[in-house]
Design a protein around this ligand. Structure first.
Ligand code: UGA
Length: 471
C-alpha cells in the first residue's frame, strides 16, 4: 500500500544523481518513473542490475523495482503520469569551461511536448544560474501555457559512494521556487524527511553519526538555489586547495599538516571536514563545476580569480606528487610500481577526472611499469588506461616484487592492510602515500621508507637489510 501524501514523480536521467534520487524518492513512499534513452541501461536496470557502485543502492532498487519504481524510455508517458518531473541528465563540461546544457534543453523540449496539465519541472542536474529561466523559455516556446508549469531548482549535494545516505540524511534540502504552488508541492515531496517520519520507520536506511534529523528545508528563489549549488562546490574545492597549499608549507618547514588540520578544524567556524590534503580533488563534479562557475562569473563581468588559484593549486598538487615520487625513487625508467587505487576517491568505481589515473598515465610516460589494484574501479580504469598496465586481484599481489608502492585513492580497506605482509612482498619497502592513510611513526616501526603529503618523511626504525634477511 502506498503511504499517504504519496506523489507521482518522473525522474529523467538514470545516472548517479537520477538513479539515486529515484530510488530514494521511492523509499520515501512516492511512485517513481525513471526515464532514460539508453535502452541497454534500461534493460539492465529492469533485469535487476545495479550499474554503479553505491552503498545501499542495491537494497533500495531490490526493494522498490517494479513496485514503486519503474523504468521507461518514454519522457512523454512519464510526464503525463506524474505531478512533478525531475531533470537529472548530464551537464558535461564544454571546451570553454561552460557546462554543456544541450541534454537539459532537449529534455525540456520533450517535457514541453508532453505537458497537458499543471506540472512542476525540477532541475536536479547541476546547472549554472539562470538555467531555470532557459527551461521556462523552452517550455513556453513549445506551446506550454505559463499557468501549466513552474520551474524549480532543487540542487543535490550527494557525494558519490555515500549518495543514498546523503540523500536521505542531508545537511539541508534547498528548494528554489518562485511560486507558492510549486513550493507547496516540493514541501510535500520532502515531507517524509522534514517531518522526521521516515527516520521512525523500522526498515529505514541507517544514517551516519551526527546526522541532522529532521533536516532543514531552505526555501529560496530559483536563482539563489542555482547559485547555492555552484558556490557550495566551489567553497569545498577551495578548502581542499587551501589545505594542500598549507601542506606544501608544512613540508618546507618540517611541520605536520595533520596536526595543523586538527588545530584549524577545531575552530567551529572552519570545521575539520574537507581539510584532508592529498593529490588534489577530482571526480565529475568539482573540476567541471569550478570551471562552469568561473565562466558564469566571467559572463557577469566578474573575474573570479580566487577560483583560478583553487584550480591551479589543484593541478600543481599532482605535479608535486610526481616530483615526490621522483625524489623517493631517484630514477623512474624501468621501475615497477604497485598502485593502490584508481577511483577519484574511495567508495566509488568512478574514475572521471581521477587524479590517480592522471598520475598513472604520467608514470607510464616516464617508462614505469604499473601493476594496479582498485577494489571497484579496475574495470572502468582498464577502459581508459594503456594496455600495458596490469591489474592485480589484491593489494598484496600488486605489491609483489614492486620497487615501491603508491597509494592514490583513499579506500578504507587500504587502511586495514597487513603492513608486515606488504613489507615482505615489496622488493624495496618504499611507500609513497598520496592520501595520508597511515601514521608515519607506525610505518617507521614497520620498517618502511614512507612519504606522504605535508608530513615529515618516515625512515625505517629497523635496519632494512637485516629485517629482510630475518623475514
Ligand atoms: C561533490 C560534493 O562533495 C557533493 O556535495 C556534490 O553533490 C557533488 O560533488 C556534486 O556536485 O554532484 P563528489 O564529487 O562525489 O561530491 O566527491 P567528494 O567527496 O566531494 O570528493 C571530491 C574530490 O575531492 C575527491 O577527489 C576527493 O578525494 C577530494 N577530497 C575531498 C580531498 O582531496 N580532500 C578532502 O578533504 C575531501
Amino acid at each position: 500500500m502506498l503511504p499517504k501524501n504519496s506523489m507521482k514523480i518522473a525522474v529523467v536521467g538514470s545516472g548517479y544523481v537520477g538513479l539515486v534520487a529515484a530510488a530514494c524518492l521511492a523509499e520515501l513512499g512516492h511512485e517513481l518513473i525513471c526515464v532514460d534513452n539508453d535502452r541497454e541501461k534500461l534493460f539492465a536496470l529492469k533485469r535487476g542490475e545495479v550499474p554503479i557502485h553505491e552503498e545501499f543502492l542495491p537494497e533500495l532498487l531490490a526493494k522498490h523495482r517494479g513496485k514503486r519504481l519503474v523504468f521507461s524510455d518514454s519522457i512523454e508517458n512519464a510526464v503525463r503520469a506524474s505531478d512533478a518531473v525531475f531533470i537529472a541528465v548530464g551537464t558535461p563540461p564544454a571546451e570553454d569551461g561552460y557546462a554543456d546544457l544541450s541534454y537539459v534543453e532537449c529534455v525540456a523540449r520533450e517535457i514541453g511536448n508532453a505537458i497537458h496539465e499543471y506540472k512542476v519541472v525540477i532541475e536536479k542536474s547541476t546547472v549554472p544560474v539562470n538555467t531555470s529561466d532557459c527551461i521556462r523559455r523552452t517550455l513556453i516556446l513549445n506551446g506550454v501555457p505559463t499557468s501549466s508549469f513552474d520551474v524549480v531548482s532543487n540542487p543535490e549535494f550527494l557525494r558519490e559512494g555515500t549518495a543514498v545516505s546523503d540523500f536521505l540524511y542531508p545537511d539541508r534540502i534547498v528548494v528554489g521556487a518562485d511560486t507558492a504552488r510549486a513550493a507547496t508541492l516540493l514541501r510535500k515531496i520532502y515531507e517524509p524527511l522534514t517531518s522526521g517520519r521516515y527516520y521512525k520507520e523500522e526498515d529505514a536506511i541507517p544514517g551516519p553519526d551526527g546526522a541532522q534529523i529532521p533536516p532543514p528545508l531552505i526555501m529560496t528563489s530559483t536563482r539563489s538555489a542555482e547559485l547555492i549549488k555552484h558556490a557550495s562546490n566551489a567553497f569545498l574545492a577551495m578548502k581542499i586547495s587551501f589545505i594542500n597549499a598549507v601542506a606544501t608549507i608544512c613540508e618546507h618547514v618540517g611541520a605536520d599538516v595533520a596536526q595543523v588540520c586538527g588545530g584549524i578544524g577545531a575552530d567551529s567556524r572552519i570545521g575539520s571536514r574537507f581539510l584532508s590534503p592529498g593529490i588534489g580533488y577530482g571526480g565529475s563534479c568539482f573540476p567541471k563545476d569550478l570551471a562552469a562557475f568561473r565562466a558564469v562569473a566571467h559572463d557577469c563581468g566578474y573575474e573570479f580569480r580566487l577560483l583560478d588559484e583553487v584550480i591551479r593549486i589543484n593541478e600543481d598538487q599532482r605535479a608535486r606528487f610526481l616530483r615526490k615520487i621522483r625524489t623517493a625513487l631517484w630514477t623512474l625508467k624501468g621501475k615497477k610500481l604497485a598502485v593502490l587505487g584508481l577511483a577519484f576517491k574511495g567508495g566509488t568505481d568512478d574514475i572521471r577526472e581521477s587524479p590517480a589515473v592522471s598520475i598513472v598515465n604520467c608514470l607510464l610516460k616516464e617508462g614505469c611499469e604499473v601493476v594496479a589494484y582498485d577494489p571497484a574501479a579496475a574495470a572502468r580504469a582498464a577502459e581508459v588506461l594503456p594496455q600495458k598496465v596490469t591489474f592485480a586481484e589484491s593489494a598484496y599481489d600488486a605489491a609483489a616484487t614492486a620497487d615501491a608502492l603508491l597509494i592514490l585513492t583513499d579506500w578504507e580497506e587500504f587502511t586495514a592492510l597487513d603492513l608486515d605482509r606488504l613489507h615482505a612482498k615489496l622488493k624495496y619497502p618504499i611507500i609513497i602515500d598520496g592520501r595520508n592513510l597511515f601514521d608515519p611513526d607506525v610505518m617507521s616501526e614497520h620498517g618502511f621508507l614512507y612519504f606522504s603529503v605535508g608530513r615529515p618523511d618516515a625512515v625505517p626504525k629497523r635496519d632494512i637489510a637485516r629485517a629482510r634477511k630475518a623475514g
